[in-house]
Design a protein around this ligand. Structure first.
Ligand SMILES: O=P(O)(O)OC[C@H]1O[C@H](O[C@H]2O[C@H](CO)[C@@H](O)[C@H](O)[C@H]2O)[C@H](O)[C@@H](O)[C@@H]1O
Length: 551
């Protein structure tokens, strides 16, 4: 006779060793006990089925432990449906039940019962039988289903869950946690920050003219494009709303790119094709997908992506984005290799906001709630990225590649960084600041800083991330050196085709003399940038002045 063990979570320590037996549905033998770790491991190893019908949160670990403990058993998980749990959550007491079957007699196949967003997920829900914990018949049926499931189905479900449990490690959780903590700090700082002054154009131009090795980092969307609300555009012209370089910029860009003392990088969230289409004709660097892909327009695309980037979540998010796109007229989503963006800027904004709020609920509590992703909310968009995908995180690798490729031997002495970047990407502004972000940003302080070299004891070890050559979307094998995650100062050895190494003679890649740094946020007021420009029209006008002054 199959037997099932049921655990009750209780706070009463006296009942820890209490074990009772009773019968349910005639054929299943149930024992009742409390959740004690040793029991979980023991029964996790010997049981065929775990039934976790938590009515409030708090039992995730038990499900994970059960999956992790399973060896040859390939045990079946039965979980309560998220939606049902949420519905009753607010008035329920803290009751949880776990039932572990401890018998081997399992035969016939079964059909999974998954909720709307669990189907394609990597979460445990996708490998479990989901039940409404309030429906006794359904729960009983699910136990029978689990006990009589075919070995193949069992194996398949177990494999799914096991991969999820073993890849969503404590390390991964910690990285996500720290990343979210960083975001909170950034947002809090932005809230209390004063509104920066407008870009001092004359000063920016005169310093540009005096410098000899300049770097211009330019965003694309809403920085170098025409403003969205240009008169004459209809709201339903989504196809024609594809990002297009501002037509008045062509001449200025050509002039700036042809100056040998100037390196231009377009650093954008857009994909490779969009950047190719818009900037292919200029002699500049293109950094697509927030810098995860890099290309000198004369060369091939390569990837700067960290090797361990976990992209398992992408199908689940796509599923959610498709669902909301279908239900939100004139919204659309972009699927990139490292992120997905759902955009409702052409939709009814109020409705879009409501939908975005709903979508965020799904993303935060649904199948990707444990995935290594950052959910970034824009004013008219929701973006999901792999943790670690930010413009600031990519910029050191990009700089490394530029320094190597140009065989640079003198420091960059002028940086202009302009963009309509999301808060998450504002780390690119702070990257060039002489003070560490955690010290707080202070223009006054930073102006005192000349040489940007950190004391050697604060310099991290010279670990060189690999830049992989990726012709178009495929990843190739060629390796390029890059700067380490060191910020303003980088040890970089220049040599043709060699990887840089810490042992070589080092020099400061950046020497901005404090004042030769112009970070500028476009169309924002709360920002970590030093200065502001109102719109992409102002960017165009400024770049035209810069180009005119230098020719
Ligand atoms: O990376 P870029 O090409 O320079 O573009 C900057 C960001 O543009 C998009 O976000 C902006 O537009 C969204 C509406 O379409 C809005 O919700 C968001 O607040 C804006 O920042 C894009 O979604 C981001 O990925 C880009 O980084």
């Amino acid at each position: 006779m199959p037997s099932v063990l049921e655990y009750h979570m209780v706070s009463d320590l006296q009942s820890i060793h209490e074990v009772r037996r009773f019968e349910i549905r005639q054929c299943i033998n149930i024992r009742v006990s409390v959740a004690v770790n040793a029991f979980i491991v023991d029964f996790g190893q010997t049981s065929n089925v775990a039934l976790v019908t938590s009515l409030r949160d708090g039992m995730n670990l038990v499900s994970y432990e059960f999956v992790a403990c399973q060896d040859s058993k390939k045990g079946v998980l039965i979980l309560s449906e998220d939606s049902v749990v949420k519905l009753y959550d607010f008035y329920l007491s803290n009751t949880c039940r776990v039932i572990l079957s401890t018998d081997d007699q399992i035969q016939a196949p079964c059909t999974p019962n998954l909720d709307a967003f669990a189907g394609a997920a990597q979460s445990l829900g996708a490998g479990a039988i989901l039940v409404n914990p309030w429906n006794i018949t359904e729960v009983a049926d699910s136990i029978l289903q689990a006990l009589t499931m075919s070995p193949e189905d069992r194996e398949k479900r177990h494999r799914h869950n096991f991969v999820h449990v073993t890849t969503h490690t404590a390390q991964e959780w910690a990285e996500t946690f720290v990343s979210e903590l960083d975001d909170t700090v950034i947002e809090a700082k932005l809230r209390t920050k004063q509104v920066p002054p407008p870009l001092p154009e004359e000063d920016a131009i005169s310093r540009y003219l005096q410098s000899t090795n300049r770097l211009l980092i330019l965003g694309f969307n809403a920085t170098l494009t025409e403003p969205v609300d240009t008169p004459g555009r209809r709201a339903d012209q989504i196809k024609e709303m594809e990002l297009k370089l501002h037509p008045e910029l062509k001449e200025a860009l050509t002039a700036l790119c042809s100056d040998r003392k100037t390196t231009i990088v377009v650093l954008s969230g857009s994909d490779q094709k969009t950047l190719d289409d818009n900037f292919g004709e200029y002699d500049m660097w293109l950094a697509a997908e927030h810098g995860m892909f890099l290309r000198l327009t004369k060369g091939e695309w390569m990837t700067t992506m960290p090797e361990h980037l976990n992209m398992e979540w992408i199908d689940s998010v796509k599923h959610v984005f498709e669902y909301f796109t279908e239900r939100t007229p004139r919204s659309h989503f972009e699927l990139c290799e490292t992120s997905l963006v759902w955009n409702y800027k052409y939709a009814d904004v109020e409705f879009g906001r409501l939908q975005a709020r709903d979508m965020l609920q799904h993303l935060w509590t649904g199948p990707i709630s444990n995935a290594s992703v950052d959910v970034v909310q824009g004013s008219r968009s929701v973006e999901v990225r792999a943790v670690g995908v930010t413009k600031g995180a990519a910029i050191d690798r990009i700089l490394g590649e530029i320094v190597h490729s140009k065989s640079m031997t003198t420091p960059i002495d002028y940086v202009l960084c302009v963009g309509h970047f999301l808060g998450k990407d504002e780390d690119v502004y702070t990257f060039f600041e002489p003070e560490l972000p955690s010290d707080g940003l202070a223009v006054a302080r930073s102006k005192q800083n000349d040489g940007l070299k950190l004391p050697s004891d604060r310099r991290p070890s010279m670990k060189l991330p690999v830049i992989r050559s990726a012709p178009k979307s495929s990843q190739g094998k060629a390796q390029r050196p890059s700067l380490n995650p060191e910020k303003r100062t980088a040890n970089h050895s220049c040599g043709s085709g060699r990887r840089a190494s810490a042992e070589k003679i080092s020099w400061n890649v950046l020497d901005l003399k404090g004042d030769n740094y112009f970070s500028c946020a476009v169309g924002r007021t709360r920002t970590n940038a030093r200065y502001l420009l109102g719109s992409s029209d102002d960017v165009v006008s400024f770049l035209m002045k810069l180009a005119n002054a230098s020719t």
